[in-house]
Design a protein around this ligand. Structure first.
Ligand code: T4K
Length: 380
């Protein structure tokens, strides 16, 4: 009989820098009274982040969703954009907020990213851009997407909300496409409480994005476009600057957790998990497992409930598919027969708890629950 934890374990828990160090930075803010609008911590953090990530031009945002919305504005995207239904709703909502029609294409069965072949088949004269997501931080087929974008004259905007620090062959994947967007939400590998960023390919684009996130102001009297207020403030920037000191440690701990999960779940029939990709430096953002009910003997939802009964709160990222939400389910591209792989992934996934402070004892308990539930006979 596996014990029930007396404290709930959630899918994640934010990693935070030492309070004393943050207090020191807060004192400086209290002295200068510069709270926002591109203050000293914002400037320092932006530069330090660009250096850490290995990118040249980055603009900080108050959250990832506003970064997505602004990225589409910055590139004047309109008409139709081809995207994935297997993501967090914000990906598609950013299109809706720009009056753009989302066109869903199916994903690939290996790493659950948008399938370039399905994207190519969905292009129409109205298509202006492709918006793939590096789901769980695993890189999309970068060269293939670039080739399609170049061939059809489309823009390529990556939702890289899960891909903080991810590199392929030693190079940041954030340098691909026309723009990439990060999220620094509390639930992410690297958090600034709320926060996000856009990575631009050149100084000109960064400048335009910086104007757009500040109401469109280029200077005191010039407004270049109807911008929005999406600025990161000084407290979050200071916090982010501190987080950068610790993020490598966070990722190292996450890797250890993933390795343990993989060792312990190896060989359980009907449970699939993702392996590292050769040449990729992973950030271990999520640890999704996929339950094949026929082989495992229990459904994904019954395992999800079983874990909950032990006070373990995994999450079904991403179920339901975005295409099934009321705003989008009427679209032709939302039909289930257009998205069979995504439908299956959404039916099978549970993201297990992963965060730097997660103890090995808890991991053992999670995996033992999965193993023992597998062998327990179905109750009539
Ligand atoms: N694109 C993609 C692909 C995304 O995944 C996201 C966000 C975005 C765009 C948009 O970026 P942002 O605008 O958010 O920067 C969470 C997050 O709110 C969201 O950021 C994230 N993706 C999404 C995948 O997950 P919920 O509603 O599942 O989170 P919530 O509040 O239920 O948190 C999960 C668990 O984490 C809680 O049960 C407890 C724990 N937790 C959470 C928070 C917020 C804490 O321990 N402390 C906390 O402060 O959406």
């Amino acid at each position: 009989m596996i014990e029930k934890l007396n404290k709930p374990i959630y899918v994640t828990q934010p990693a935070m820098p030492p309070l004393e160090e943050f207090t020191e930075l807060l004192k400086q803010i209290w002295n200068t009274k510069i709270l926002t609008n591109n203050g000293p911590f914002h400037q320092q953090f932006e530069q330090a982040l660009a250096d850490y990530l290995g990118v040249k031009y980055i603009s900080l945002f108050s959250n990832g969703t506003l970064a997505l919305i602004t990225a589409l504005q910055a590139l004047h995207i309109s008409g139709e954009v081809i995207t994935t239904p297997f993501s967090f709703v914000a990906t598609t909502h950013s299109l809706w907020w720009n009056n753009i029609k989302p066109v869903f294409a199916d994903i690939e069965p290996d790493y659950f990213n948008l399938d370039p072949e399905k994207v190519e088949a969905a292009i129409t004269p109205q298509t202006t851009a492709i918006m793939p997501v590096h789901v769980y931080g695993n890189p999309c087929k970068l060269e293939r997407f670039q080739h399609i974008a170049d061939t059809y004259g489309l823009k390529l905007i990556y939702d890289a909300a899960h891909a903080f620090g991810v590199k392929k062959d030693g190079k940041s994947i954030l340098n691909y496409g026309d723009l990439s967007i990060l999220s620094f939400h509390a639930t992410k590998v690297f958090n600034t409480i709320e926060g996000g960023a856009i990575i631009s390919p050149d100084e000109k684009t960064k400048k335009r994005i910086d104007y757009l996130k500040n109401f469109g102001f280029a200077d005191e009297t010039t407004v270049i476009a109807p911008g929005i207020n999406a600025k990161m403030n000084e407290l979050q920037s200071a916090y982010g600057l501190l987080q950068l000191k610790y993020v490598d440690r966070y990722i190292k701990k996450r890797k250890r957790i993933v390795t343990t999960y993989r060792e312990q779940l190896k060989g359980i029939e009907g449970i699939r998990f993702l392996e590292d990709i050769k040449g990729v430096d992973h950030a271990y953002t999520y640890f999704p497992i996929f339950v094949d009910a026929k082989v495992y003997g229990k459904t994904r939802d019954s395992l999800y409930e079983e874990l909950k009964s032990h006070n373990i709160f995994g999450r079904r990222y991403f179920y339901p598919l975005i295409s099934q939400f009321p705003a989008y389910r009427g679209l032709t591209s939302s039909r289930k027969d257009n998205l069979p792989i995504a439908e299956k992934a959404a039916e099978q996934v549970i993201c297990l708890p992963i965060y730097p402070d997660l103890s090995m004892d808890i991991i053992n308990l999670i995996t033992s629950t999965i193993i023992s539930f597998h062998s327990r006979p179905i109750q009539q």
